[in-house]
Write a protein that binds this ligand. Structure first.
Ligand code: SF4
Length: 271
């Protein structure tokens, strides 16, 4: 039986940082990828690395079975009754507006741990949830580059999310001024010619300047099998090991210099 639960939550370490700036962030956490009874993929553009080290497995989701089960329950609700689900989201947003009226700005992230194209769901007399609440700011991260091909609602901010298998797309999007989130082992100040901003300082992505990399520190998977997953996250290339990349570049350069000098020396030998 599908159990209804509170869908939007505010208790997240990163969003608490936004509260100091006058924003209350509500996030919908579903169970990502195929973690549902039907095996339906809610993250169709997920890479192997991201699926393995997904936030669903880290933070509270990796610690408490009850949190994980709560997310699965929400997902089952979504999959069995999308209209009813979006109606409940609507009611919860209306409640949040009343609660914070005149006290704080509300921002909403619907894909906390999923990658659903919510702009397609026009369940409110032909409007989607963004059009229904034009004065509320929504934001998400996505690996679905196709979402940038159409004009997004003005109150919906999307940051593209780089993984080990979409690096070319990520660099193309950032060259067009679209912000790209990248997960680093240790975050540099710039990467591949672009400024890296601290994406962990808060989660208010709609306030970021354009054309930057949003640097996120890798959050270790804390659940079962976490150790192996953390190793895979780095070896798969999902997490960027910046120091290693630079050192590998230096070593390649040294190899090239060595070969070029030794060729010159050999050419200069008489016998
Ligand atoms: S796309 Fe995002 S939410 Fe989905 S599995 Fe990857 S990291 Fe998790």
């Amino acid at each position: 039986m599908t159990k209804k639960v509170q869908l939007l939550t505010t208790n997240n370490l990163k969003t608490i940082k936004g509260e100091k700036l006058g924003y209350v962030t509500y996030i919908l956490y579903l169970s990502p990828h195929r973690a549902n009874s039907r095996g339906i993929n809610l993250c169709p553009h997920a890479s192997r690395g991201c699926a393995e080290s997904c936030l669903f497995e880290s933070g509270f989701g990796g610690i408490y079975d009850s949190v994980r089960q709560g997310r699965i329950n929400k997902t089952e609700f979504f999959l069995s009754d999308k209209i009813g689900f979006m109606q409940q989201i609507r009611i919860e947003i209306e409640r949040a507006i009343k609660k914070h009226e005149g006290k704080a700005n509300i921002v909403i992230r619907l894909n906390g741990t999923s990658d659903i194209v919510f702009e397609k769901f026009k369940f409110f007399e032909g409007k989607n949830i963004f059009e229904l609440f034009p004065d509320i700011m929504f934001y998400d991260y996505t690996k679905n580059y196709k979402r940038f091909e159409k004009e997004l609602p003005k109150n919906y901010h999307l940051t593209f999310s780089r993984s080990e298998d979409n690096g070319g797309i990520a660099m193309d999007l950032i060259s067009r001024g679209i912000n790209v989130a990248m997960v680093f082992k240790r975050t540099p100040k710039d990467y591949k010619g672009y400024e890296v901003i601290d994406g962990d300082a808060n989660d208010l992505r709609h306030l970021d300047k354009r054309g930057v990399i949003v640097g996120l520190r890798y959050k270790k998977v804390t659940g079962k099998g976490g150790h192996e997953k953390n190793i895979n996250a780095i070896s798969s290339g999902f997490v960027i090991d910046y120091e290693r990349e630079v050192l590998a570049g230096v070593s390649d350069n040294l190899d090239n210099i060595y070969h070029s000098i030794s060729k010159k020396v050999k050419n200069n030998l008489v016998v």
